[in-house]
Design a protein around this ligand. Structure first.
Ligand code: 13P
Length: 249
């Protein structure tokens, strides 16, 4: 049985003060939650506020990116060990916004995933096709490539610790959610790739989250699909009530 994960990706939102205010409202709303893991990924500068505000709760904190080197002359970057020290348990890797706006490649995704795992972080690795790719029938080829170049060279032990997130780029921030059936189809395709490479048992233990305009009113339909093991939520994770409603799907 795969334990569900509901993760909030705050992207470039919320100051430290806004982070503390969110947690003050959010904590009581999810106090008794046991049916899923709750993750919040704030900006780097709000990590300390989030870690302090979630202490003693079941809410885990994640970062939104990581560099693959442990230290060095890499202006603006943050290493996996630094994230662990800051109190992170998770890290998002390969988000489509990083691929689109910051030139992140599948090769980088692989290096970052490995570095995160070596430091003991749990990477949430994002894959997904753009609208033109979907409309020209390339969805499976894109997912296959992202899986092969980003993840297939991990060891079996490394692979057992990752979480995959299927985020169709056309559904991110657009209000246009993939139907539960369409998302499940992509998840099945990815699980098949995992089975080919790492075997049936590893594939059936792999948690695959869906991301793209997840809201309180569509989470139920998504989570009713056995293939969907949780959600990676952007906009709707910024509001305590709406994110709590998603966590309590
Ligand atoms: P939205 O939920 O705002 O569409 O964002 C999804 C996402 O990119 C989560 O990583």
């Amino acid at each position: 049985m795969r334990r569900a994960v509901i993760a909030g990706n705050w992207k470039m939102h919320k100051t430290q003060a806004e982070t503390r205010a969110f947690f003050d409202r959010f904590r009581p709303l999810v106090a008794g939650v046991q049916h899923c893991e709750i993750v919040i990924a704030p900006t780097f500068t709000s990590l300390s506020a989030a870690v302090e505000s979630s202490r003693g709760t079941a809410i885990a904190i994640g970062a939104q990116d990581v560099h693959w080197e442990s230290q060095g002359a890499f202006t603006g970057e943050v290493s996996a060990a630094m994230l662990v020290e800051a109190g992170c348990r998770y890290v998002i890797v390969g988000h489509s916004e990083r691929r689109q706006y910051f030139g992140e490649t599948d090769e980088w995704v692989f290096r970052k995933t490995r570095a995160a795992l070596a430091a003991g972080l749990l990477p949430i690795v994002c894959v997904g096709e753009t609208l033109p790719q979907r409309e020209t029938g390339q969805t499976e080829a894109v997912l296959e490539r992202q899986f092969r170049l980003g993840l297939a060279a991990l060891t079996a032990e490394e692979f057992s610790r990752i979480i995959l997130a299927y985020e169709p780029v056309w559904a991110i921030g657009t209000g246009r959610t993939a139907t539960p059936e369409l998302a499940a189809e992509a998840h099945r395709f990815l699980r098949e790739r995992a089975a080919e490479k790492f075997g049936r048992a590893a594939a059936s233990a792999l948690r695959i989250l869906y991301g793209g305009s997840v809201k309180p009113d569509n989470i139920g339909g998504l989570m009713a699909q056995p293939e969907i093991d949780g959600a990676l939520v952007g906009g709707a994770s910024l509001d305590a009530e709406s994110f709590a409603a998603i966590v309590n799907f």
